[in-house]
Design a protein around this ligand. Structure first.
Ligand code: HPA
Length: 260
């Protein structure tokens, strides 16, 4: 039995790849010719952000022959949703038929070798929230390779071809909404993180539980707290996301269209 009512037109389109766009990365949607757009509010059971302008929608389209569903707008734990609620979009896209998922986010730098504006391919994650979308059952899924090695290889090869300076590293999921303290940044660095943010991990866990192959990318928008004399400012995070978006758009366009 289906958990969600997916419109027949979407079932017929049968998207193969899902893409979740993080803060400031909306411009990717302009690269595809949208075939159909469905607001989240039209799918019963899907949480809709109460922040005006962040209501969110699914955009369906093709990119070099690949059938895509783009989730534009996500909900976060810090808005007060439960971890089950914030991962609902992944279960919906699974029912639409996706087999691969690309997650994007804006993140703070933890690794001192990285620079703002750079993209980091996520190789693994740390979960500092104590939360899991799989709560409620004995869901002992393996997490040895949450972020697909073969997708990582494809994207890395394309990045090299396009001369995109793609960092790789571990993403730490923090609950937010406040940014970290300098001591927290030092803590996550000591524990193995390269970047820090407030999303993506619950979606990746949920997707792996549904046997969807996952890739993740962080737009490194700012140095973590205490790494410079600057204070963190949300508008600068959004601005940097928008500036760096073009590079990831190019990378995804080239990789998804490469027939792999
Ligand atoms: N910390 C947490 N989340 C973020 C940051 C940060 O510094 N920058 C963008 N998202």
């Amino acid at each position: 039995m289906s958990e969600f009512q997916i419109p027949q037109s979407v079932r017929d389109f049968n998207p193969e790849i899902g893409l979740v766009l993080g803060s400031g990365l909306g411009s990717f949607a302009d690269r595809i010719m949208p075939i159909e757009t469905i607001p989240y509010s039209e799918i019963a059971g899907l949480p809709v952000s109460k922040v005006p302008g962040h209501e969110g929608k699914f955009i369906f389209g093709e990119l070099n022959g690949k059938r895509l569903v783009i989730a534009q707008g996500r909900v976060h734990l810090y808005e007060g949703w439960t971890v089950k609620e914030i991962s609902t979009g992944i279960r919906v896209m699974h029912e639409m038929g996706i087999r691969q998922l690309i997650l994007t986010n804006a993140a703070g730098i933890v690794n001192e070798n990285f620079s703002p504006g750079q993209w980091m391919q996520i190789t693994d994650h740390l979960n500092f929230t104590g939360q899991s979308p799989l709560f409620g059952g004995a869901n002992f899924i393996d997490q040895t390779e949450v972020y697909s090695k073969s997708m990582r290889k494809q994207f890395r090869e394309k990045a090299a071809e396009l001369e995109i300076d793609l960092a790789t590293g571990v993403y730490a999921w923090m609950p937010g909404p406040q940014y970290e303290t300098p001591a927290e940044i030092r803590m996550v660095r000591t524990l193995g993180a390269d970047a820090v943010g407030m999303s993506t991990v619950p979606e990746a866990i949920q997707a792996r539980a549904l046997d969807i192959e996952v890739a993740g990318f962080s737009c490194l928008t700012n140095y973590g707290a205490g790494m410079t004399d600057d204070l963190l400012d949300h508008s600068e995070v959004i601005e940097m996301g928008a500036t760096a978006a073009g590079q990831l758009v190019d990378l995804l366009t080239a990789t998804l269209g490469s027939g792999t």
